[in-house]
Design a protein around this ligand. Structure first.
Ligand SMILES: [Zn+2]
Length: 229
């Protein structure tokens, strides 16, 4: 069936989401040049990501993979994952991230991957949860199972960026509920999201998981460093 995809590529050339160059047959969504030049966050920044949650919620480990910086063409990867119905971008980036993180011991002891749930309204509008695909990529590399639909978002919170740290935190309290307590009780879970911005929503979900006895680690594909919780 390869000739069909080659033929379709010829008629509808597939382009790299980041640089716009035509992809070769082995590439998907992102070309190899852009893939090796991803703006990855360094060790120092990883420590900063963990600090965001200090004093808010107990977290075992927390990290992000790449930067989400204003005006960067790499942001398109996240836009395609979230709004342009190309969730496969999330799988590919998460595979790359997990391959890099696994040797550091980041996933050691993690028993389940929990994608951050969307509200029902957002899920209906988008048709998929982008975090499910990030979870899938990590699971492919690590073999850790995914626990979908064990946690539910009960309230669709408004945008947080104009609020201060305390307001953000108050605004997201109790917006998640654990649906399957027994599946999660006492487990070490890795909660995954696409972009870490204020961290408030992620912290709220982590706090909910902690109430049923979970140990929680956090992973996001990208980190928007301008505005933290
Ligand atoms: Zn490219």
């Amino acid at each position: 069936m390869k000739w069909i995809s080659d033929f379709l590529d010829f008629i509808f050339p597939r382009h790299c989401v980041v640089c716009g160059e035509i992809l070769s047959s082995g590439e998907k969504d992102i070309c190899i040049n852009c893939l090796v030049s991803l703006p990855l966050i360094d060790e120092l920044k990883r420590a900063e990501v963990e600090k965001i949650f200090w004093g808010i919620v107990p977290v075992e480990r927390a990290t992000s993979y790449m930067y989400y910086r204003k005006g960067s063409p790499y942001n398109r990867l996240l836009h395609y994952l979230k709004y342009k119905e190309r969730p496969g971008v999330g799988v590919r980036l998460a595979v790359a991230a997990a391959n890099e993180l696994a040797p550091t011991g980041f996933f050691d002891g993690v028993e389940l991957i929990v994608p951050l749930p969307l509200s029902k309204k957002k899920m209906r509008r988008r048709g998929y949860n982008q975090c499910d695909y990030i979870a899938e990529g990590i699971s492919l590399v690590t073999g850790i199972p995914i626990a979908k639909r064990c946690v539910q978002r009960t309230v669709a919170n408004e945008t947080q960026t104009h609020k201060n740290r305390d307001e953000r935190w108050r605004n997201v309290q109790g917006i998640f509920a654990v649906k399957e307590v027994e599946a999660l009780r006492g487990r070490h879970v890795l909660l995954v999201d696409d972009v870490l911005t204020t961290g408030a929503t992620l912290a709220s979900c982590a706090a909910t998981l902690v109430t049923v006895g979970c140990k929680v680690s956090l992973f996001t594909l990208a980190y928007s460093s301008n505005d933290s919780l």
